[in-house]
Ligand binder design. Structure first.
Ligand SMILES: NC(=O)c1ccc[n+]([C@@H]2O[C@H](COP(=O)([O-])OP(=O)(O)OC[C@H]3O[C@@H](n4cnc5c(N)ncnc54)[C@H](O)[C@@H]3O)[C@@H](O)[C@H]2O)c1
Length: 405
């Protein structure tokens, strides 16, 4: 099994372990002492499979209907109450089995229960395998603001295997592609070919649909329909590379005082888009922009990141930072992945949400901009100025907006 280590001052604080199947991790989990599992009901089969192999799993807490609405302090407190009831002590560990929502909440609970106990993650979405379960950020939403309450706490282990992606709805898989593309725009690898290899792997998997081995990139419904049936070996290698990029950045800047901010590429816009979509105070403009039609809009985190990457690319070109054609390249990659590029809200609507972003400093925000694929840079910019530039690009949706934010 391949392992990537996350270091703090030269000491290993977290390990990301790669294998083919869930059962490959059983031996390591068995060596982790008393373990309490918090899992997503949608992935019960993997949770039960591991439980059957690990008698040290002392209890299970199931989360039904995992969604951003349940990613709250109330759920974290409920997990803490359950741990207390089960007799978890300071030597116990919490094992999160699920996507980023479950690991963010279970990790948060582990980081505050009895002033902090160990956390183990078995991520079951692509996004969580190379992003959410690596790096130690935990958190919950508060009043429509994403991840506004949280902690830094490194998991002892993150267990990554392609087997669990076999039941993933295709559109949730595509959300992970947005984070993977972001990662490779930040670090295109020593050969400068990661984005290209990713596009080839994704195109090949989509093309295999005809042969019944891949999946259809244009599924209209997030929860039903096409599932990921086969992760190619080439794609598996890219997952490990993306995870190692994140692990490397986190090792160099664990608390996000410098380099780690690069990982926010596209996210300042994404969080504002998610705020507008989820606060219910605004009508979206229809278009190729998530599941948006007329007044209703649901934008997943991955779709918001995809739109955010596109906006960051075009903003970078308008500011003269990006090499000409970079934004177009990013848009083409998003298209190959079946991801949206157009913001469903007029840019003016994003302004307030961006100012309230936890990373804003008096109306200015650290934007991550793109010089080229594999070359990003940070600028502290005035949000209203940025909005003026974006509105001047002619990409601002001009539909009717009801209410405000
Ligand atoms: N902590 C971090 O550094 C960090 C980084 C990025 C994102 N996040 C957070 O991660 C969250 C998004 O997580 P996500 O995209 O991994 O997914 P998720 O946890 O939101 O799950 C998405 C859906 O997929 C289902 N699901 C999960 N795994 C499945 C599987 N293998 N088979 C079938 N269904 C499955 C879930 O039940 C859910 O309906 C957001 O809340 C975001 O804020 C955190």
């Amino acid at each position: 099994m391949e392992t990537i280590e996350i270091k703090r001052n030269g000491e290993t604080v977290s390990r990301v372990v790669f294998a083919r199947t869930v059962s490959d991790f059983a031996e390591t989990v068995r060596a982790c002492g008393q373990v309490f599992m918090v899992y997503d009901m949608a992935v019960e089969r993997y949770a039960s499979g591991l439980e059957a192999l690990c008698p040290n799993i002392a209890g299970k807490y199931a989360i039904e209907h995992v969604s951003e609405e349940c990613k709250t302090m109330e759920t974290v407190l409920d997990i803490c109450r359950w741990l207390l009831g089960e007799g978890a002590d300071r030597k116990s560990a919490v094992l999160a089995v699920g996507g980023g929502i479950v690991s963010d909440m279970a990790g948060f609970a582990a980081s505050v229960y009895k002033r902090g106990i160990r956390a183990l993650y078995l991520p079951t979405t692509l996004l969580s395998q190379m992003d959410a379960s690596i790096g130690g950020k935990t958190g919950v939403n508060l009043d429509s603001y994403k991840n506004i309450v949280g902690t830094f706490r490194q998991p002892e282990y993150t267990f990554v295997c392609p087997e669990v992606l076999g039941t993933l709805p295709q559109r949730i898989f595509a959300d992970g592609l947005a984070e993977m593309l972001k990662t490779f725009i930040i670090d295109n690898g020593p050969e400068g070919d990661r984005v290209e290899r990713m596009m080839s792997a994704v195109e090949a998997m989509y093309a295999d649909e005809a042969a019944g081995a891949g999946f259809d990139k244009d599924m209209p419904d997030r929860e039903s329909g096409s599932r990921v049936r086969m992760i190619s070996d080439d794609f598996g290698i890219l997952v490990a590379e993306a995870a190692s990029v994140k692990a490397g950045i986190v090792s160099r800047d664990e608390l996000e005082s410098g380099e780690r901010r690069k990982l926010n590429l596209g996210h300042t816009f994404a969080h504002a888009i998610e705020y507008c979509a989820n606060s219910g105070s605004a009508a979206a403009v229809s278009g190729k922009s998530g599941n948006c039609t007329g007044r209703q809009c649901t934008v997943s985190h991955g779709e918001a990141v995809a739109i955010g990457l596109s906006v960051a690319g075009h903003l970078s070109e308008s500011l003269g930072i990006a090499r000409k054609g970079t934004a177009g390249r990013i848009d083409r990659c998003l298209d190959i992945c079946g991801l949206p590029q157009e913001c469903p809200f007029p840019f003016a609507m994003l302004e307030e949400a961006m100012c309230k972003d936890k990373k804003s400093e008096g109306g200015k925000v650290h934007f991550i901009l793109v010089g080229d694929i594999g070359d990003v840079t940070e600028r502290l910019l005035d949000v209203p100025e940025v909005m003026k530039v974006l509105s001047g690009q002619g990409r601002d949706p001009k539909g009717s907006v009801q209410g405000g934010i």
